[in-house]
Ligand binder design. Sequence first.
Ligand code: ATP
Ligand code: MG
Length: 565
Amino acid sequence: MTDTKPKDNFIRDIINKDLQAGKNQGRVQTRFPPEPNGYLHIGHAKSICLNFGLAADYKGKCNLRFDDTNPETEEPDYVRSIKEDVRWLGFDWEDREFYASDYFERLYGFALDLVKKGAAYVCDLTAEQVSEYRGTLTKPGKDSPWRGRSVEENLDLFARMRAGEFPDGSKSLRAKIDMADPNPLLRDPVLYRVRRAHHYRTGDAWCIYPTYDWAHGQSDSIEGITHSICTLEFEVHRPLYDWCLVQLGVHRPQQIEFARLSLSHTVLSKRKLLTLVKEKYVDGWDDPRMPTISAYRRRGYTPASLRRFCDEIGVAKANSIVDAAVLEHSLREELNRTAPRAMAVLRPLKVVLTNYPEGRTEELDCVNNPEDPSQGTRKVPFANVLYIERDDFLENPPKKFFRLSPGREVRLRYAYFITCTGVVKDPATGEIVEVRCTYDPATRGGDAPDHRSPKATLHWVSAAHAVPGEVRLYDTLFTKRDPNELEEGFDWTSNLNPKSLETIPEARFEPALAGAAPGSRWQFERLGYFCVDIRDSRPGRPVFNRTVTLRDTWARIQKSGKENE
Ligand code: ATP
Ligand code: MG
């Protein structure tokens, strides 16, 4: 699914050239290869949009492949969530749902081919010894004492590794390349380790597991992938990727690297996200403060806004941090057009209209979306006791405060003009518990016949008709733009924002919101965009997540050209 004409980028240039040269019989086949060891995040969304987007543009295909070669960390629930998220983003892998673990037998066969060619050997060094022997970037490595084993001996030992004759970590299969290669990844990399671990799909069938470098390229080749797109840190792996395929003489996909997405004020490493979940810094993978796709969904982001964001940031060769305001901007533009308006009061202050007949109720017409007249109007009940926001009233206002205060007239949105005549205070605490006002019956609908116009328009709900419920306000998960930037002696969790969640348990909503569908998105007049929580909301007691505020800092930044406004 693509929303706009694709932008040119260096990956498209490569594909265009390949097509012109008649490579791969004109086929374009990509894949999205998540490891099912966590939920997908916004960085994965970028990779999904890129891989599925390219396939769509070039009338090719994109596979969903679970890169499940690390038994200890992988789980079926991660597979389920990954599929749900890719689908929700709007992409379809049709019948091409693949698992690297389905290739274990073939990968083993490929490894036998290498052994038979004398291009791989069984090594008895421990993991620590292997890394000792590897050398450094400036110092060449040393040959393993087991490097010279005969093909027969290697075939025998490798078969016995698979049969479970050797303890974990005691032997490995290594490619025989060059211990002096300037690229340490080519210094006889490990292809298989002995590892007794239960795999969520293959159970206990295997006690040797392939490394990423061995599994990935060969899986790409098996699937006939033409362009294997991955993130920049795999650039140094490319010579190894190519070496394996050349040795085997099989179909050779081309690996292309692009810069991974980093987003400000959050982390996108699965290990760190898992820590946040496990250590309960957040309430699960879909906690609306998380940068996961499921969290964005729960918070009220739309698939189109995530796709548009991925499209807008483009594909680059250099890593950088994208400001979270860019993502919010993409969402706001859409919600402004689509989200119906409603009135909600987060911190209610009681207003009594002393000249409005007690017991009378009027149904006032309110516009559902001024940006889209086709959304029509709705009736909202009005009566003599109302709630307004507590901070829309000040008894002793400073100069620039134009909202309600004693003697001041304001407009109630779609209702009447009201003028404050006094306050009632709690005698014990001095706290204002009620504001007394009169209304002007001639201003019904929010317009005065004499065209006078109060400086402030407030939102409100009728106390007798309003529905109580909860609102959750979110701030950034981390206080620092780059949470990985550390003060000495602190770890990254010290950059968590202690105020990332504010729960408001007793908000009041206009009555129509009592039955708002879970997942539905609204603009609360003057407050922002909100989404009914899909987990905790109940009919008659809704729970709303603030999706995003109304203020668009990114639009301002673009206009002024300055980031530090
Ligand atoms: P981690 O390294 O944090 O464990 P990963 O990137 O290895 O995560 P995978 O499940 O292997 O996670 O990723 C699947 C695909 O998504 C890979 O092709 C990877 O390159 C891509 N991807 C992961 N993170 C990002 C990111 N931040 N930006 C763009 N693409 C990403
Ligand atoms: Mg990975």
